[in-house]
Design a protein around this ligand. Structure first.
Ligand code: PLP
Length: 425
């Protein structure tokens, strides 16, 4: 292996990048590189084109063959399911994209990752691959809103049935299983209340009942949680958030083991939702600092949550690192850090909440999370502007619910800003 961080995908990445295999195993790698090391080096070819330290952006739509014999050789490899040693056409693969995929696979401890142009494209692709007419799916009520929309308004048109169960409730999930259930889809931690699911328990249900399990782990990142290690089949990310981390690109990913990503890759080659190499490069660049960023965001989230919990104008805080959170026990057992997102309700009505948000000087008002800049939103206005009061009640979203997604600024500055805004408004 030419990489000192040996990973199956690294060998594939090396070959795809045209590196010569180095068979010496003189430099013995650490058995389990830490997450920050994997953020920088995981799955990456040691020798890159032109001796570049960075992975080059291979800006091409197609790949050429020297002669007919080379084309025939490629087709033979391809037909017999050998991992082809090169690319053929942009919709089926790109070396820059592959390098990022290998790093994501290493970070999640998976065999393979598929990088997609958005989180939603990773989610819709996964649901389309593992479900078909007549099959049934179980998901939780606090799934990302567009995921639920896709399940309830689009998949239903194609004869896929779904049961939506309450948050973080393994018993409800198991009770919803039918003979035709093919997939259990959930998130952990969830938005906006950061509910956490016992992933070991979920994987156990999946194994016992012969049903695949998929977890949207966007809020955790592989730095805080590795669902595959608990036996979950597929991990999904909105890479747009923490993984890319700079509020500047959209991307998604699905990571798995045991060949589960192969049908997804094929499906994406047909659906055509491919990420472009420039964007993939920015994702790969963002990933390099993931370890540092998440450490800071975990610390900021916890400090802000603790500050808010003790503030007289704050009614309630939802943060899995607080012992007041309903899922604190499972969060403490399974999460390495609790993330940068804090939801809280302040005293007063929706208008007062708006005044509080307007008085903040550091976070920008806007949807999304996970980037270096802190973002704040009045949850009802951003995510549920058109929802009726009954639905909001069912989801527990009140007009005074605020979601603060901490960036990487200094915790003391974010807290001072919250203090002045709570006093002013
Ligand atoms: C943002 C988000 C998505 C959607 O991802 P996009 O990159 O915006 O398409 C899915 N799941 C969760 C949990 C998210 O936060």
């Amino acid at each position: 292996m030419s990489s000192s961080l040996v990973h199956e995908s690294a060998a594939v990445a090396d070959r795809r990048n045209g590196a010569q295999p180095d068979t010496s195993d003189a430099d013995c790698p650490p058995a389990q590189p830490g997450p920050s090391t994997l953020s920088v080096h995981g799955g990456e070819a040691r020798d890159k084109a032109f001796h570049s330290v960075t992975t080059p952006i291979v800006q091409t739509s197609t790949y050429t063959f020297r002669d007919t014999a080379a084309l025939v050789e490629y087709m033979e490899e391809h037909m017999f399911w050998d991992e082809p040693q090169r690319d053929e056409y942009g919709r089926y693969g790109n070396p820059t994209v592959r390098a990022v995929e290998a790093r994501l696979a290493a970070l999640e401890n998976g065999d393979d990752a598929l990088l997609t142009p958005s989180g939603m494209s990773a989610i819709t692709g996964t649901l389309l691959v593992f479900l078909s007419a007549g099959s049934h799916l179980v998901c939780t009520i606090d799934c990302y809103r567009r995921t639920r929309d896709f399940i309830q308004t689009i998949l239903s048109r194609y004869g896929v049935e779904a049961t939506v169960v309450p948050s973080a409730d393994l018993q409800a999930i198991e009770d919803a299983i039918q003979p035709n259930t093919r997939l259990i889809f959930s998130e952990s931690p969830t938005n906006p209340f950061m509910r956490c699911l016992d992933l070991e328990g979920l994987a156990d249900i999946g194994r016992r009942r012969g049903i695949r399990t998929a977890i949207d782990s966007t809020f955790a990142t592989p730095l805080n949680l590795r669902p595959l290690d608990y036996g979950i089949d597929l991990v999904i990310h909105s890479v747009t958030k923490y993984l890319a981390g700079h509020n500047d690109v959209m991307a998604g990913a699905v990571i798995g083991k045991n060949g589960l990503t192969a049908p997804l890759r094929q499906m994406h080659g047909i659906l055509g939702s491919v990420i472009d190499p420039q964007t993939a490069y920015l994702v790969g660049r963002g990933l390099k600092t993931l370890g540092l960023r998440i450490e800071r965001q975990n610390a900021n989230g916890l400090a802000v949550a603790q500050y808010l919990e003790n503030h007289p104008r704050v009614r309630r805080v939802w943060y899995p690192g607080l012992s007041s959170h309903p899922d604190h026990a499972i969060a403490a057992a399974q999460l390495r850090g609790f993330g940068g997102v804090v939801s809280f309700e302040i005293e007063g009505d929706g208008e007062q909440t708006g005044r509080f948000i307007d008085a903040l000087r550091i976070p920008y008002i806007g949807p999304s999370l996970g980037g270096v800049e802190s973002l704040v939103e009045q949850v009802q206005l951003v995510s549920y502007y058109d929802a009726d009061p009954e639905k909001l009640d069912a989801l527990g979203v009140s007009p005074s619910l605020v979601r603060l997604a901490c960036g990487i600024e200094d915790a003391a500055d974010i807290i001072a800003d919250l203090e002045q805004a709570l006093t002013m408004s």
